[in-house]
Structures are given as C-alpha cells and as structure tokens.
Design a protein around this ligand. Structure first.
Ligand code: ZN
Ligand code: ZN
Length: 310
C-alpha cells in the first residue's frame, strides 16, 4: 500500500471514530441528542465546538438560503451530524423561489422564519403552503412583546393561529419563541415576554398541541426553558402528554456549551439564562421531568422523524 493511500484510510478511520455513536456514548445524556434550533456560526468548527461542550450529537443548522456552500463544507467535515433548515426574507417576492432552490439543494426544513408579519397574513400563508408542497417542516418564531425598543414583533396574532392549523393540514408547523410558550398558560394576555409563576391549565398552546397532529413545539431558547421551569408540577405532565409533539432545541449562542461568551445578547428579559448554556439547562430540566423513554423521544426521535434524519 502506498503511503498516501494509507494516510487517506487513517483519516477516514478518524472521521468514523468521530461519529454520532461515539459522541452519544461519551455524553452525559445517555444517547444521541439532536438540537433542532442551532443557528449557523462562522467557521467550520464553531457549531461542533458548542455541541461537544453540551453533549449534543446532531444539529439542525438554521441558515439563509444563500449559505448552502458553508453548510456543505461543515457537512463534509462532520458527516451525518448536521442537517440544514433554510430561511429567506419572506416579505420579498423571490422567497418562494429561493427556498424551493434551497430544499432542492439539500435543506430539510424551512426556518427560522422570523419576520415582522402577521401569523395569518399573506407572507406566512405562502410559506405554510410551500412547506407542505416541499414536504418539509416549517419553524416559526412567534413574538408579540419587544425585548428592546425598536426590535419589533414577529408572526403576530397567535390567538388566531388555530385557523392556520386547520387551513394547512399537510403543513408540519414547529412553534417557537415567546408567544408560543407564553400561551401555554390560560391566563396569558401579552403582558410580558416571559411570564413567570404557576401555569393556569388549559392554555392555548397546550390545547393546540393536543388537538392538531400538524403542530409541534420547539423547546428552545429562554421561552421554552421558562415554560418548563416556572411550574414544576405542570412540566412532567405536559411532557408526558405531548411526548410525540415536543422537540428539543437550544437556540443557544454561548460559545463552549458551558455558558461562555455572550449567551443572551440584546435580551435583558432573558437574563435568567445569562452565563448559562441554554442547551445544557433545558436538557437538565427534561432529564428531571421526563421518563427515560420520553426523554429519548424529546431529544432525539421526534426531531429525527420530523427532519427525516438518516
Ligand atoms: Zn427565534
Ligand atoms: Zn450553549
């Protein structure tokens, strides 16, 4: 065997050793963990560095349709550890074309969709229809209270969202962010980004997750963590009831998977998680409140099936 050939084989063996199975065997969560809400970072290694720090094995990279080359380079370096969900400015007429192209180019979801439009307005309706047509899930950021002056609000009118679940039965919706999680309590009335205290049973989000097969909940960010932390008596039952509908994600921006760097920039309302790794915090809450088989669904199986990860 030629030396070059040998070195090539050694490199391939090293890449294999760096597999999902090995990462899952070494992490503290007892199995593979998929983070469905991981924004693309600069450089080939930054996303993986974060994952290794918090014990996440696989990630859905949320990135613009134009980022396809960078995504492919990361996927080549870390085979079978990353899938892509694409976004584009949905207020522009070419959004449908750009996202269709991204899916043909390998994207396995649409998201994060976060724009200053109404949840049942024409721009998002186009996207709901497109997601069904392309047969990929769509991850939407719902937020009706600003975190800082000038931020604006996103996908507003969550109270009217049920009509969208009815109108687009073939669309797989993944609900995310402040309004989606605040409405888990029946007494919410847009008074705060992240309401605290006991959850009043029978909230809109809880009801929609129960009533509509096409709605999933993304547990990421301070919004998801807060909803799971504010009323421990509620949490275990909620996770058990919706064990096939809830999906782990982090939306964490810490650098190292341990809370290093800036974790909650520009969001003073989320200060409870500053200097903490959101992924690590939410996995800890899930571990506390879910049985092992439910934990596996929330952190691996549900997301794997939704994004059709092989
Ligand atoms: Zn978001
Ligand atoms: Zn983190």
């Amino acid at each position: 065997m030629k030396r070059r050939q040998f070195l090539g084989m050694a490199a391939a063996a090293a890449a294999c050793a760096y597999s999902r199975a090995l990462a899952a065997a070494q992490n503290e969560w007892g199995g593979p963990v998929l983070d469905i809400h991981s924004h693309l970072r600069q450089g080939l290694d930054a996303n993986m560095t974060h994952m290794q720090g918090c014990g996440v094995t696989d990630a859905v990279l949320l990135a613009r349709a134009a980022s396809s080359e960078q995504i492919k380079a990361i996927q080549a370096k870390y085979p079978k550890r990353f899938v892509w969900a694409a976004t584009a400015d949905i207020t522009k007429p070419d959004a449908v074309e750009a996202l269709t192209k991204a899916v043909k180019d390998g994207a396995q979801g649409l998201g994060e969709i976060k724009f200053h439009v109404e949840a049942d307005g024409p721009e998002l309706r186009r996207m709901y229809a497109l997601a069904a047509e392309l047969n990929v899930p769509i991850l939407v950021h719902f937020q009706e209270v600003q975190h800082f002056e000038g931020e604006g609000v996103f996908s507003t009118g969550f109270k009217r969202f049920e009509a969208m679940l009815k109108a687009y039965p073939k669309t797989k919706f993944i609900g995310h962010a402040d309004a989606f999680w605040a409405y888990v309590s029946a007494d919410y009335a847009n008074e705060a980004a992240y309401p605290s205290g006991p959850i009043k049973r029978g909230g809109l989000t809880d009801k929609l997750l129960g009533d509509y097969a096409n709605l999933y909940g993304d547990l990421s960010a301070n919004s998801g963590n807060n909803a799971l932390s504010r009323d421990p008596e509620f949490t275990a039952d909620f996770l058990a009831r919706h064990q096939n509908k809830l999906v782990f994600g982090s939306d964490c921006s810490c650098q190292d998977g341990h809370g290093g760097g800036i974790s909650q920039a520009n969001n003073p309302a989320a200060a409870r998680l500053s200097s903490k790794c959101v992924a690590r915090e939410t996995l800890t809450v899930l571990k506390q409140h879910a049985k092992p088989e439910v934990f596996r669904k929330l952190t691996w199986e549900n997301g794997r099936d939704l994004f059709r990860i092989g």
